[in-house]
Write a protein of this length. Structure first.
Length: 479
């Protein structure tokens, strides 16, 4: 099917006129294989709208008088391209529910929503910014893949955050603001007669650089943590419901609010550990996420939620001081993705979480059968407090640590043969790649995982970890 011709339409339907009664977004019962990246409703190819190209067709019943009209295609040229009422070729397509433009590659590539969930202040915005930066470097250097902006204008707020952290500016510039419920990370969307705030989708295309072959689009959101808390009305505030449409869930655990961690880390200089009495309910957030997913997907308590769940124990620059770092391994070495290293790290993080927050482990493992635990740090060091009161990392010392591994693990599950992999029984398994790739093995840049500065403070010991042979890349190791 020509991606620009979007299915069947009633013959003789008038082009370019949409009355309130026939508003596509008000149409009931749309369903199909496509998912709106804006409101996560499903629809079919034939429901897709086109954006009028001629400036005389300005004014859209949902988006207002300044936007080009959205319409169902009924007229095509001899190449199958959609024409508007003034015979101009229309190459842009729009979401049938909310009328926003759909990102590049929407019809050609699989769309993977990767939902980042976490309590307010858990580090989601900083993690997402570091994640995009690290993914772009790591995927290219290790696998010859390019992570490209599929919607540069829409992605601007996330790119701005990334530039604040990695643009080499001052410490003041590197302080990311708390995500506001109605701020720049949200879009005001008219749905069913109401204007509701939805998180803005950030869309990136993954492309093999040698063959230019697109593999998939990755879609992220940067929610305010309050959206995931129990008590919020999901009818008027549905911003967390991308979790139900997600290909994978990433739950970011904040160690600085877990009482047992705080006790063990009481001599650590990170200012977050000095915040008085923050109530921790991260296990409750996990339970709440499970309830919302079940409600949205109409699953009973006995139905399985078939989504991989990555539990990311963030701010590892802080808690790594409690463990034997040399036992952690880098799952990416010499362009090979080592699943055993992922499993090794997962067991270590799970063991640690079990000792400090067992209810997080319990709730995670009741939500999904595919749970993997990951260590990560967006900064690689503790932020400092500015005179304004906010916390910021030193841009010159930012060394994200293993932030991209959860996404690479997810992709390795979703796309057969995406990566060259290593497993225990077969030293190197080269799964059939979707297209031939010539991997040039480029070492990680010097200092990519450089050691975070370490405090020399007394630390109440944890039960000793069992020593085993490793090839660790974590701070302080030489492996
Ligand atoms: N030590 C350390 N602190 C971090 C790290 N990442 C984020 N932080 C701190 O965590 C705090 C919260 O970070 P944000 O990214 O704003 O958290 P958030 O989850 O987006 O918060 P909301 O927008 O309120 O939901 C900030 O003070 C950051 O400086 C990290 O890797 N290490
Ligand atoms: Mg935030």
């Amino acid at each position: 099917m020509n991606p620009r011709s979007t299915g069947t339409h009633t013959a003789g339907e008038e082009v370019g006129t949409i009355t309130p009664d026939t508003l596509p977004g008000m149409k009931q019962g749309m369903h199909g294989p496509l998912i709106s990246p804006y409101c996560w409703e499903s629809f079919d190819y034939g429901d897709i709208l086109h954006v009028a190209a001629d400036s005389r067709l300005t004014g859209d019943p949902i988006l207002g008088e300044n936007e080009r009209l959205r319409f169902h295609a009924t007229r095509f040229d001899d190449q199958g391209c959609v024409l508007d009422a003034y015979d101009r070729i229309c190459s842009e397509i729009a979401d049938p529910y909310v009328h926003f433009r759909l990102p590049q590659g929407f019809l050609e590539l699989p769309q993977f929503i990767l939902s980042i969930v976490g309590a307010p202040g858990s580090g989601k915005s900083n993690y997402l910014s570091a994640l995009i930066n690290s993914l772009q470097h790591s995927l290219f250097q290790n696998y010859g893949m390019v992570l490209k902006d599929a919607d540069p204008a829409g992605n601007a707020p996330l790119n701005d955050m990334k530039n604040c952290l990695f643009g080499g500016g001052s410490i003041e510039q590197a302080a990311l603001l708390k995500t506001q419920l109605d701020g720049r990370m949200y879009l005001r969307i008219r749905r069913n007669g109401r204007v509701v705030s939805y998180p803005r989708p950030f869309v990136y295309s993954l492309v093999r650089s040698k063959t230019h072959q697109g593999m998939c689009n990755l879609i992220f959101y940067d929610n305010a943590g309050e959206h995931f808390e129990p008590g919020i009305d999901i009818t008027t505030s549905p911003g967390s419901l991308h979790t139900a449409a997600a290909a994978a869930l990433f739950f970011l655990v904040d160690p600085t609010t877990l009482p047992a961690f705080r006790q063990r880390l009481q001599f650590h200089p990170d200012p977050q550990l000095k915040h008085p009495g923050r109530i921790d309910q991260q296990d409750v957030l996990l339970a709440e996420m499970e309830i919302r997913i079940r409600k949205t997907l109409r699953l009973s308590v006995n139905d399985e939620i078939r989504k991989p769940l990555a539990i990311i124990l963030g701010k590892s620059d802080i808690w790594m001081t409690l463990v034997d770092k040399s036992r952690f391994k880098n799952p990416i070495r010499d362009g090979i993705f080592d699943r055993d290293a992922v499993m090794n790290n997962s067991n270590l993080v799970r063991e640690l979480l079990l000792s400090v927050a067992p209810t997080i482990v319990a709730n995670a493992e009741s939500l999904s059968k595919q749970v993997m635990y990951f260590p990560a740090s967006a900064f690689g060091h503790s932020p400092t407090r500015l005179p304004s009161g906010s916390l910021a990392p030193n841009p010159l010392r930012i060394r994200p640590h293993l932030v991209e591994i959860p996404v690479i693990w997810t992709l390795s599950q979703q796309i057969q043969g995406a990566f060259v992999e290593k497993t225990a029984d077969k030293p190197v398994t080269i799964l059939p790649p979707a297209a031939p790739i010539r991997r040039s093995v480029v070492p990680l840049p010097e200092g990519e995982y450089r050691r975070a500065p370490e405090g020399t403070y007394p630390m109440p010991p944890l039960p000793p970890f069992q020593q085993q042979e490793t090839s660790s890349i974590l701070p302080g190791s030489t492996g």
